[in-house]
Design a protein around this ligand. Structure first.
Ligand SMILES: Cc1cc2nc3c(=O)[nH]c(=O)nc-3n(C[C@H](O)[C@H](O)[C@H](O)COP(=O)(O)O)c2cc1C
Length: 210
């Protein structure tokens, strides 16, 4: 039995294009893997610990080989809980809206919690940085109001897929699959509906081999 971790980064729930496509993927995945466990989290509905001064000083205490103060220890336990839940999964699907050419701030906060030395990446002078989450597939479903086609002028301002590919790769992910839903705004609701249907077909197909 495997665990599929389904992370939603849109607060729009029932109106979200990325969630609609990811939901279709998860439904098809369940049909193909009836015994697997699905953990679903929406980043706008779950508690996320702040990555504030205390959490940063806890992180630096680890980096500098110092003991945590009592306060730091408490803050760090909350960070560890987020990381441990994420790492407990075998496969991942993430529904991500484009916000201001990048990702919503709650997903960035989640990533800031996850990306920690000794937990999701390591560093040695000999080998440099090495991701620690390896051989686990991840699907990112990226919705965007506009269009950012490869080779076009707008490609260079797509910091959503570019950043996600980089940071997931930094944590070790080497099987990153992508489904795009675009444009969800630029060409009106009818085009958005068709694009979403096409994306659902692609995502459902993907679920069979995930
Ligand atoms: C705060 C905010 C910022 C946005 N910024 C962009 C943007 O930079 N580029 C873009 O193409 N669409 C942008 N959009 C539109 C969303 O990408 C679009 O509505 C998408 O469908 C959102 O994903 P969702 O439907 O899963 O919530 C923005 C929407 C919001 C709410």
């Amino acid at each position: 039995m495997s665990i599929l971790f389904y992370l939603q980064a849109s607060p729009r729930i029932g109106r979200s294009h990325s969630i609609a496509v990811a939901d279709a993927f998860v439904k098809a995945y369940k049909e193909n893997h009836p015994h697997d466990e699905i953990i679903t989290r929406n980043l706008f509905r779950m508690h996320l610990p702040a990555f504030d001064g205390l959490a940063v000083s806890a992180k630096y205490s680890i980096l500098h080989g110092k003991h945590h103060s009592e306060e730091e220890l408490k803050a760090w336990e909350d960070v560890e809980a987020v990381i441990n839940e994420f790492k407990s999964a075998d496969k991942y699907v993430v529904a991500v809206p484009m916000w201001n050419f990048s990702i919503p701030y709650r997903l960035k906060q989640y990533i800031d919690l996850l990306v920690q030395p000794g937990y999701t990446f390591s560093y040695t002078a000999e080998e440099g940085y090495k991701g620690m989450i390896t051989d686990k597939p991840i699907l990112i479903v990226c919705a965007r109001g506009g269009q950012y086609p490869p080779g076009g002028d707008a490609e260079s301002i797509d910091f959503q897929t570019k950043y996600l590919h980089f940071i997931l790769g930094f944590m070790g992910f080497n099987d990153i699959r992508t489904v795009l839903v675009e444009p969800t705004l630029e060409e009106g609701p009818e085009v958005a509906r068709k694009k979403r249907e096409n994306a659902i077909v692609g995502a459902v197909e993907m679920a069979c081999t995930f």
